[in-house]
Design a protein around this ligand. Structure first.
Ligand SMILES: C[C@H](O)[C@H](O)[C@H]1CNC2=NC(N)=NC(=O)C2=N1
Length: 167
């Protein structure tokens, strides 16, 4: 009776198999590296510090550059107001005073970063933050760093969570 068509030695010595397996391993490694790289980029905004806005080389970023960073600040909207690109996010707070507490918590962060947002508290409980770099009349990485760090603040206790909170 003939032996099995493929013996382990013939199978793993087959050049097509060897090339196929090595290609799979290489693409797996490349995928891992890309994943690590994107996750590093994902967290790099949080780990960065805002730079002084009076740096000569500071320029407003393009709309494309802004769009590539938006996934890292997914809660924010990219808006264009009178030709100036800005980041905008809104929250509903429980009370007017909690809105002011919200601003105080944000103020501590932004003072530490040396980069400042526009703060709006409208209709007693609607908070909106707009971030842009005034010195260049547009968006810089500073604005995205600030937005990412604002997203990390523990503000939950100040926010209205369900419609029954509204009265
Ligand atoms: C030197 C220092 O970076 C500047 O005065 C900062 C202060 N905070 C700022 N915040 C914002 N959003 N834009 C600016 O241009 C700016 N300039």
């Amino acid at each position: 009776m003939d032996g099995p068509a493929f013996t382990p030695t013939s199978w793993c010595c087959n050049p097509c198999v060897v090339i196929g397996v090595s290609l799979c391993l290489v693409s797996y490694e490349i995928g891992l590296l890309m994943l690590q790289n994107s996750s590093k980029r994902l967290y790099c905004l949080i780990e960065k510090k805002c730079v002084p806005c009076n740096l000569k080389e500071l320029q407003p970023m393009s709309a494309d550059a802004a769009h590539t960073l938006m996934p890292q600040v997914a809660e924010w909207k990219l808006v264009n107001e009178d030709g100036i690109m800005k980041l905008r996010r809104s929250w509903t707070v429980k009370t007017f005073t909690k809105g002011l507490e919200f601003f105080k918590i944000v103020a501590f962060l932004v003072e530490n970063e040396g980069h400042h947002p526009d703060l709006h508290l409208v209709g007693w409980n609607n908070v909106t933050i707009e971030i842009w770099t005034h010195a260049v009349g547009g968006l810089t990485e500073n604005d995205f760093i600030l937005a990412a760090k604002i997203d990390k603040l523990d503000l939950l206790d100040l926010l209205r969570r369900k419609p029954s909170d509204s009265h």
